[in-house]
Ligand binder design. Structure first.
Ligand code: IMP
Length: 175
């Protein structure tokens, strides 16, 4: 499959994705059985994952989609500029951040720091995919779907230059 200048091949089938999402939901259901977590899915990439996951969550929960906008050059500085869309009070809440993929982990690190400064009770992360750089830096992600290397992936919410989010399977770039 070609998108713009890149060639992609199927990497993780939609069936495997769905099985993994169910298993993540089961872990969350067990850990939060007597709690009422507030899910904060990070837009845009996590919209599909968050939808499938939260459908299978059993304890009462709240959901507030957030968007993280960064200064130019975020990849190198990791500076977080603003958090858009947060309407719920975070005080004393059990937060679960929902992320599509953790690469360098810079986005997540800053976000977690900011949340912890707002009087949250607990902050955990559920990520569908985690890449090698985040593993090396031991970025704290409690619930992880798939550990991958450094391949560029798209589909199931993840994009290449805005395209590919609608695909149900996950694809990897093949050069
Ligand atoms: P980090 O701050 O480097 O961890 O960046 C994480 C964000 O970069 C994710 O939420 C994605 O939006 C994007 N990203 C990282 N790797 C990929 C990829 O392989 N495909 C699509 N988006 C990616």
């Amino acid at each position: 499959m070609r998108i713009k200048d890149l060639e992609f091949k199927k990497f993780i089938s939609k069936a495997k994705v769905q099985l993994k999402v169910s298993s993540l939901a089961e872990q969350i259901n067990a850990d939060y059985a007597d709690k009422a977590p507030l899910f904060l899915p990070i837009l845009n990439g996590s919209f599909m994952f968050a939808s499938d996951l939260i459908k299978q969550v059993e304890p009462p929960c709240k959901v507030s989609f957030v968007k993280v906008s960064s200064y130019a050059g975020t990849a190198s500085t990791g500076q977080l500029k603003t958090l858009i869309g947060l309407e719920e009070s975070l005080f004393n809440q059990d937060i679960i951040i929902v992320e599509d993929i953790v690469d360098t982990g810079l986005t997540l690190q800053k976000f977690i720091e900011e949340l912890k400064g707002l009087g949250t009770k607990s902050v955990e992360v559920v990520a569908l995919l985690r890449k090698q750089p985040a593993r090396e830096k031991m970025i704290e992600v409690k619930y992880i779907g798939f550990e991958i290397e450094n391949e560029f992936v798209l589909g199931y919410g993840l994009d290449y230059d805005g395209l590919g989010r609608n695909l149900q399977d996950i694809y990897e770039s093949v050069g």
